[in-house]
Design a protein around this ligand. Sequence first.
Ligand SMILES: [Zn+2]
Length: 154
Amino acid sequence: MTEKKITTKVRVYSYNELTEEQKNLVDLAREATTHAYSPYSNFKVGAALKLDNGEIFIGANQENAAFAGICGERAALYAAGAKFPGIPVKAVAITSFTRGEFVVEPTAPCGVCRQAFLEFEKNGHPIELILAGKEKIYILDSFQATMPLSFTDF
Ligand SMILES: [Zn+2]
């Protein structure tokens, strides 16, 4: 038996340490939380992503009584893919708002969203992942970093 060690590098920033482009995505993601429809979870997720062509898309989680809603970041991703198919995603910022304030610890995307974004990285275009908490901002270089044993053999 051998062991395989898997590590993921997460850089932790404050808002003021971000680039202007990163700040803009975080600002838009925070604003997008106000567009969430989340009467069941009361957990509002906002996302903002930027494509390589400069276009920006926002998304917010949308729930329903059948519990078949969609996460905020995936809503943004699919809107971008529908309007600009094949254009790589450069970066995405995600944040969450609940109980009257933005979450303290940055919220990581669910497994379905990780898989969805991972497939947009397949052509060698890593997507910068910016996870914004109330004060701390986590940045990962790619979605592959969130799924080291991912399902990509297709
Ligand atoms: Zn998700």
